[in-house]
Design a protein around this ligand. Structure first.
Ligand code: UDP
Length: 368
C-alpha cells in the first residue's frame, strides 16, 4: 500500500512524525512524504524534521508566499504532477492549512482515496481562513479521523456517514508523549533568565490578531499589562514579526519591560518552555491541546475555538472578548492558585497514530 503524507507547516510535521512512524511498522506499507514548502525557513521546518526523526521529504514543492489563492493554485499544480508520477493508493492530509486543502482537492479530482486526520473541527467562524479549509477538506475526504467528540458530531451533522468516521485521539499528543522526557531535561527558560513556574509563555500568529494594526495593538496592550505582574516570554512567529515590522510596532515590543522576545523555538525547546511555564497565552490550535494534555493553564486569545474539549474538559480558557482586562483577570486567578484542574480528553494517550494506521490498512489494503 503506497501512502503519500502531505506536510506544509510546523504543526503538520509534528503530526506526520507520529503517523509516518506508525505506517512504517507495517512491512507492506510504503509511506512517502511530500513537503509543499509553505513553511520553509530552518526554524519553522528543518528543526522539526531533525527533532521528530522524520526522513527528508520525498518531494519538496518549494511553494510559499503569495496570496491564498495563488499559493493554493501553485500547490495544486505541483502536487498534481507528484500524484500522476507516484500513483499512490492513499493520500493523507492533516490539519487545515492551504497545503492541506490544495493537496486534498487534487487527490479528490484524481480520485485517489483521501484520508483527513484531525477532521471535523469547526470554529463556526467563516472569517477564519482555516475554517474555510476545514469545510472544503472534509467535503472531499473519504475517511475521517477525529480527535474529540465535537468533531465527530460536526461531521455527522454535515451528512458524513458514520462508518467513515473514526474517533482515534490525537496524533499531536503522540509526539508529545514520545518526546516529553527529553524536553523535560532542557529547562530552556533558564537560558533566558526565567525561573521555572514563574513566567507566562505567549504565542500569537492568527491573522485576526496579527495582520491588522487594531489586532496587533490589542495584543501589545495585553502583553504590557501582564508583564507588569509576571515575566513574559514571547515566541514570535515569522508572520507576526513581519506584521510588527510593516506596522512600525516592533520597537514597541522589543522595548517592553519584562518581555523576553525570542525566535520561533524548536519542538523540544518549546515543549520545555511549556513544561516550566506558570501559564500559556496563545491563539494557536495545537497549543490549546498540548497544554490540556500537560494540564498547564492556557488562555486562548481568540473569539472562538474549534477545539471545545480543551475548554470543557481541559485547562483552556477562551478569552473570547479579546479584552486585556479579561485576560488579566484570568491570569490573576491562575497565579493565585485558582486555575481549573482539567482532565485529559478520551484517547489522548500517545497511541492515536497506531489506531489510524490500523484503520487505513484495513480499509485500503489490496487483496494479496
Ligand atoms: N511550537 C514550536 N515552537 C514555537 C511555537 C510552537 O515548536 O516556537 C509548536 C507547538 O508546541 C505546537 C505547534 O508548534 O506543537 C503549534 O503550531 P502553530 O501554533 O504554529 O499552529 P496551529 O496549531 O495554530 O495550527
Amino acid at each position: 500500500l503506497k501512502i503519500i503524507n502531505v506536510v506544509g507547516v510546523r504543526p503538520n510535521f509534528i503530526k506526520v512524525g507520529a503517523l509516518h512512524r506508525a505506517f512504517l511498522h507495517n512491512k507492506d506499507v510504503e509511506s512517502k512524504i511530500v513537503h509543499t514548502g509553505q513553511h520553509f525557513d530552518a526554524k519553522m521546518s528543518e528543526v522539526f524534521f531533525e527533532q521528530l526523526e522524520l526522513p527528508q521529504p520525498d518531494y519538496y514543492l518549494g511553494i510559499n508566499g503569495g496570496s491564498h489563492s495563488v499559493q493554493t493554485a501553485q500547490m495544486m499544480m505541483a502536487f498534481e504532477s507528484v500524484l500522476l508520477d507516484e500513483k499512490p493508493d492513499v493520500v493523507l492530509v492533516v490539519g487545515d492549512v492551504n497545503s492541506t486543502v490544495a493537496c486534498a482537492l487534487v487527490a479528490a479530482k484524481e480520485q485517489v482515496p483521501l484520508v483527513h486526520v484531525e477532521a471535523g473541527l469547526r470554529s463556526g467562524d467563516r472569517t477564519m481562513p482555516e475554517e474555510i479549509n476545514r469545510i472544503l477538506i472534509d467535503s472531499v475526504s473519504n475517511l475521517f479521523f477525529t480527535t474529540e467528540s465535537s468533531a465527530t458530531e460536526n461531521l455527522l451533522r454535515e451528512g458524513i456517514s458514520k462508518e467513515k468516521i473514526h474517533f482515534v485521539g490525537n496524533v499531536m499528543i503522540d509526539s508529545l508523549v514520545r518526546y516529553r522526557q527529553k524536553a523535560q531535561e532542557l529547562h530552556v527558560g533558564k537560558q533566558f533568565g526565567l525561573k521555572s513556574g514563574e513566567y507566562v509563555l505567549v504565542t500569537m500568529h492568527r491573522p485576526d490578531n496579527v495582520d491588522s494594526e487594531v489586532g496587533l495593538k490589542g495584543v501589545l496592550t495585553m502583553l504590557a499589562s501582564i508583564a507588569e505582574r509576571q515575566k513574559v516570554i514571547f515566541s514570535m512567529h515569522p508572520r507576526t514579526r513581519l506584521s510588527l515590522q510593516r506596522l512600525g510596532l516592533l520597537l514597541r515590543l522589543t522595548a517592553m519591560e519584562g518581555v523576553v522576545l525570542v525566535e520561533p523555538q524548536g519542538y523540544l525547546e518549546f515543549l520545555s518552555l511549556m513544561l516550566d511555564a506558570r501559564l500559556v497565552i496563545t491563539d494557536s490550535g495545537g497549543i490549546q491541546e498540548e497544554t490540556t494534555f500537560l494540564q498547564i493553564p492556557c488562555i486562548t486569545y481568540r473569539s472562538s475555538t474549534e477545539r471545545p474539549v480543551t475548554v470543557a474538559l481541559g485547562t483552556n480558557y477562551l478569552a473570547s472578548d479579546l479584552s486585556p482586562q479579561t485576560v488579566l483577570g484570568l491570569v490573576d486567578e491562575i497565579v493565585a492558585g485558582n486555575a481549573k484542574k482539567g482532565s485529559i480528553p478520551p484517547l489522548w494517550d500517545g497511541h492515536a497514530a497506531g489506531r489510524i494506521a490500523a484503520v487505513v490498512l484495513e480499509t485500503y489494503r489490496k487483496p494479496s
